[in-house]
Design a protein around this ligand. Structure first.
Ligand SMILES: Nc1ncnc2c1ncn2[C@@H]1O[C@H](COP(=O)(O)OP(=O)(O)O[C@H]2O[C@H](CO)[C@@H](O)[C@H](O)[C@H]2O)[C@@H](O)[C@H]1O
Ligand SMILES: OC[C@H]1O[C@H](O[C@H]2[C@H](O)[C@@H](O)[C@@H](O[C@H]3[C@H](O)[C@@H](O)[C@@H](O)O[C@@H]3CO)O[C@@H]2CO)[C@H](O)[C@@H](O)[C@@H]1O
Length: 649
């Protein structure tokens, strides 16, 4: 066994039987100190000494994916356990941890950092340190995303990239968000009116030429919102397509975005300073997936971005940015990097006998070059490592599971607050919920349904997509319409589903409404006015509507999958006092019958067990959905990214 003195914290003895993992070997950076933790506290990282530079700077190889077994663990001395601490010296505090989605060793770092950081100041004020976490290590963080609310949004990706940066900035980080400047030549362009031309034009080498882009910028809520301007972003439609389908040049449009995003921290003077090379790229979905590949293939060979790190955040594995192999030459990457994006479809997926199945897959490129991988719930982070949920990438994702985590999204609690929501006709809160039934009757009036405060009202809001299980709802409607209920669906997307919604509305005029379109105000009114929100998603990386629903006292009935499973607690009618009675219903398997059974249980409870229903509403409304909570966990993952050397040097 090897011993090691680290800074002022004492001797750390390390178990000799732990071998080094090539995946995770790395160097702990300058602000990091290792801290001896007692057996009562648990470990964060197990480290093996590599060299000691001076008293306070120690280099380690981490062996994080080699935790001792329970038996080994109980035989280990206290001092085997070494926690990576970012802040030295402050009084240690017992960790009170409520985070369920990070492994035990890792999650302790989240809280202990925060507690320790604030301990010194707070002790003097006599305030409980656990309630006042602060950030001590601040980073330069660059989000790269195809959509960002309120500037652009087709769904949850836009929401997340509009809110999480603000939460991280509020915690002291310098945060830039890079996204396209989509203008349509109509009044909706007003959203970009606060973003001014930075007068910085660069030329990007890709697609056989030099593509000139400009940058626009707005500083709002502590965040640098940077918009890449290029003629290919100037057209009607949403970020990805229009009524004729997906744009055929999406690979071009998002390749340009990625190159521009890599240049932004180097060339843009924001508030007088660039972000510089030592930044953390948080790249979202396939549209931003070339960023980590570019860092490795284009920049690092020239000594640039050696200190940067990247994290790919997967919001939806169903979209991977797959295009024919011959398009590789357009991406502005060195030829020898083809293997990073190489993708060969299995024989059964090929279209004809001469089809070799060769393609490029941008998301795959991100998965094999990023320093860490995140998804938007812990449940989904496991599902994507399985054959059923991995969309062909499960093998690769499994091979990197030691750096794969899930963090459940937060929600914008200012926008989604029934006590102050400007889109709803009556306001309410957990202390006085009377406005909710008024919202319901107002919605019934608005939709031309019978105004019946005690008739159970079920809602659905979302993209009309196979993912969301819309087909299951539509197939169940004839049976559901036998019951004394009202049903309202809001959504747009697949034409066939839109037409079915219209047809059902004309068949069940007194009970069913299908609102085809995209309307944020209507989505708020449905969330407030309904009693039940239905989400039979086939898969759901996180899901936001169930979170909005619970905050509005609307009880979710959801398929037990991904983030829905992680966020909706199944109702227990006989739960003992003090234990959670649940916040909704989760059904499984995904079938019409099990969905109908869950809905009927919910409706029965609404009608016949009023006090249970009130309990359900309150449990949902009491939950903490703030982005600050999620941001703390992002900070932790960011620190882990900087603990190791770049995954691809
Ligand atoms: N017709 C309409 N009118 C008004 N508003 C509408 C609407 N249709 C959808 N919305 C809004 O769009 C958002 C949808 O968010 P979701 O998280 O449910 O799904 P999405 O699949 O888009 O996102 C992906 O990314 C997010 C973010 O990580 C994950 O939560 C999710 O599981 C994953 O599939 C919500 O804010 C919803 O209210
Ligand atoms: O917020 C909703 C989802 O938005 C994104 O998905 C988009 C996807 O990334 C785009 O590529 C495009 O998807 C098209 C796909 O590329 C094409 O092969 C075909 O299947 O049609 C798709 C639909 O047009 O649009 C998607 C949005 O509709 C984002 O990546 C996801 O995380 C979000 O769930």
């Amino acid at each position: 066994m090897e011993s090691l003195r680290i800074g002022c914290f004492g001797i750390c003895k390390l178990p000799s039987n732990l071998s080094e993992s090539p995946l995770n070997s790395g160097v702990v950076g300058r602000p990091c100190f290792a801290l001896w933790r007692s057996r009562r506290g648990s470990a964060s990282l197990l480290l093996r000494r590599r060299s000691i530079a001076d008293n306070n700077e120690v280099e380690f190889h981490s062996v994080r994916d080699k935790y001792p077994t329970e038996e080994e663990s109980s035989n280990l001395e206290d001092s085997f356990r070494v926690g990576l601490q970012l802040f030295p010296r402050y009084g240690e505090k017992e960790v009170v941890d409520s985070e369920a989605n990070l492994n035990v060793c890792e999650k302790e770092v989240v809280d202990s950092n925060a507690n320790r950081a604030s301990a010194k100041e707070e002790e003097t004020k006599g305030i409980d340190v656990e309630e006042k976490p602060t950030t001590r290590v601040t980073r330069n963080i660059v989000f790269v995303t195809a959509e960002v609310a309120p500037y652009s949004k087709t769904g949850g990706l836009g929401d997340v990239c509009g809110s999480l940066p603000v939460a991280l900035a509020a915690r002291g980080h310098r945060v830039m968000v890079v996204s396209p400047r989509y203008v349509h030549g109509d009044p909706s362009d007003v959203v970009f009116s606060g973003a001014l031309d930075l007068d910085c034009h660069i030329k990007i080498p890709c697609f056989g030429g030099l593509q000139e882009v400009a940058f626009f910028h707005e500083y709002r809520e502590g965040v640098d919102w940077v918009f890449v301007d290029h003629p290919s972003y100037h057209r009607p439609g949403n970020p990805y397509g229009d009524s004729y389908g997906a744009f055929s040049d999406n690979q071009f449009r998002f390749t340009v975005l990625c190159h521009a995003a890599c240049e932004a921290p180097l060339v843009l003077l924001l508030g007088g300073f660039t972000y510089g090379e030592k930044c953390l790229f948080l790249v979202n979905d396939w549209h931003a997936g070339l960023v980590p590949v570019l860092l490795a293939a284009k920049y690092r060979p020239h000594g640039v971005y050696k200190d940067a790190r990247s994290i790919i955040v997967i919001h939806n594995l169903a979209h991977q940015g797959v295009e024919p192999a011959e398009t590789y030459k357009n991406l502005g990457l060195p030829l020898e990097w083809y293997g990073a994006l190489e993708w060969v479809f299995p024989t059964w997926a090929r279209t004809h006998a001469l089809d070799t199945g060769e393609a490029v897959n941008v998301l795959k490129g991100a998965i094999v070059t990023s320093d860490r991988i995140l998804t938007v719930s812990q449940g989904y982070s496991w599902e994507i490592t399985t054959v059923e949920g991995g969309n062909g990438l499960n093998g690769l994702l499994s091979s990197r599971k030691s750096i794969l985590n899930g963090i459940v999204n937060g929600i914008d609690v200012a926008e989604w607050n029934p006590a102050s929501d400007e889109h709803i006709p009556f306001r309410y809160s957990i202390d006085d919920i009377s406005g909710k039934v008024q919202c319901k009757t107002a919605l019934q009036k608005e939709l031309g349904l019978a105004v019946r405060p005690d008739c159970p009202m079920i809602g659905f809001i979302g993209r009309l997509d196979f993912q969301k299980g819309v087909d299951l709802i539509l197939s169940a409607i004839p049976e559901l319409m036998q019951d004394d209920i009202q049903f309202i669906m809001l959504g747009s997307g697949d034409r066939q589903f839109e037409n079915w919604m219209r047809a059902l509305e004309s068949t069940y005029k007194d009970k069913f409404r299908g609102w085809v379109g995209f309307s944020v105000p209507v989505s708020h009114r449905i969330t407030a006015g309904c009693d039940i929100l239905l989400m039979p998603s086939r898969f759901e990386p996180c899901g936001l509507n169930q979170l909005y629903a619970m905050r509005y006292g609307t009880v979710p009935v959801v398929h037990c999958t991904g983030g829905l499973k992680d966020t909706v607690e199944n109702f227990h009618p006989y739960a003992e006092e003090g234990s959670s009675q649940g916040t909704g219903w989760t059904f499984s398997p995904l079938s019409k019958d099990s969905m109908l059974a869950a809905l009927r249980l919910a409706v029965g409870t609404y009608r016949e067990h009023k006090s249970s229903w009130e309990g359900l509403i309150k449990s949902g409304m009491e939950k903490d959905y703030t982005w600050d909570k999620a941001a703390t966990k992002y900070e932790q993952v960011i620190e882990w990214a900087f603990c190791d050397s770049p995954y691809v040097q």
